[in-house]
Design a protein around this ligand. Structure first.
Ligand code: NAD
Length: 301
């Protein structure tokens, strides 16, 4: 998967130059147009799947904006880990962190403004941030507060963040439509097997993820002619803080054959799937679902 030395992955195939260390005086004084790596924005990147995606993209030579909701220390730690992983691969990347609640319009705007003033262009947006219900409640009892929280974070946030970032991608690409073979940028939505699996004790989560699946189709249809390709990455049961509280239940289910591949998924598994998209290995696909679920979606007889 790694690119040849001296080249960068994705849409920019330019000679590599050393990027200044994030936060350094050189970084502050470096005009944004001098950034040479492709750049990705990843929401909810301070831990879990988002962090796994960030780590993998850094290894492939991507500059990053790591969005986090509250835990700045964890985000800074993730950023340092990304720089370290990149260096291990002989690469220099610029990694910035930015706190923003993606459920809030003004904070989404601040995030995009920060990215625009820091980097010349965005070649990849990864809509990863998401929340599970605090309490799993039967659909006959579930309340509106949880529904509103999940829809705001999991669906409304990515909807309008993608709208804003796609407009920026279009500004950069210019009014000319690129040839059909040219990919200018890519957008990824991290959904879930809950997009199509009915769990009656977390209907709000399922509905939000089913909506995300439609978001992918909508933006894919709208943006293809501009050279922007859109993907839904659909994880199954992945070991993160989100699934920590239900670990024993899933340990049992996996041992009993819930997934043909009998193991938990990892953030690294999802990171590798996003890296395959980011590196341009699916050039004739858009609106596509990439299952990262150990085969959970298979029907067997
Ligand atoms: P996690 O709870 O470990 O991480 C989620 C991240 O999103 C956290 O860093 C959190 O701070 C951030 N976040 C939450 N709300 C936010 C907001 N309003 N603004 C900005 N950031 C916010 O969970 P995870 O398992 O890493 O999940 C990542 C994504 O993958 C989510 O969209 C989740 O629904 C999805 N997913 C997870 C699994 C799984 O088994 N873990 C399975 C399928 C899909």
């Amino acid at each position: 998967m790694a690119c040849a030395p001296g080249s960068v992955p994705g849409p920019l195939n330019m000679p590599r130059r050393k990027a200044p260390r994030s936060g350094s005086r050189a970084a502050r004084l470096t005009p944004r147009f001098l950034s040479v790596n492709p750049m990705a924005i990843i929401t909810g990147a301070s831990r879990g799947i988002g962090r796994g995606i960030a780590r993998r993209l850094a290894m492939e030579g991507w500059d990053l904006v790591l969005n986090y909701a509250r835990n700045e220390a964890a985000a800074r730690d993730a950023a340092e880990e990304c720089r370290h992983e990149a260096r291990q691969m002989g690469r220099e990347v610029r990694v910035e962190v930015f706190g923003a609640d993606i459920a809030e319009g003004s904070q989404r705007e601040s995030l995009v403004r920060f990215a625009k003033t820091t980097f010349a262009a965005c070649q990849l947006l990864v809509n990863n941030a998401g929340v599970a219900p605090v309490v799993r409640a039967d659909i006959l009892d579930a309340g509106e507060d949880s529904f509103d929280r999940l829809i705001s974070t999991n669906l409304k946030g990515p909807y309008f963040l993608t709208q804003q970032v796609a407009r920026w991608m279009l500004e950069i690409a210019g009014p000319e439509k690129p040839p059909a073979t040219k990919v200018v940028a890519r957008i990824v939505f991290v959904s879930s097997i809950s997009a199509y699996t009915a769990s009656v004790n977390r209907g709000d989560y399922c509905v939000s993820k089913a909506g995300v699946a439609m978001l992918c189709k909508l933006f894919a249809a709208r943006l293809a002619e501009h050279g922007i390709h859109v993907f839904e990455v659909r994880p199954g049961v992945i070991a993160t803080d989100m699934t920590g509280p239900v670990k024993e239940k899933y340990d049992r289910l996996i041992a009993d054959g819930l997934t043909p591949i009998r193991r938990w998924g990892s953030a690294e598994d999802v990171g590798k799937a996003v890296a395959a998209i980011a590196q341009g290995f699916l050039p004739f696909s858009t609106g596509e679902v990439i299952n990262v679920d150990g085969g959970f979606h298979l029907r067997t007889l």
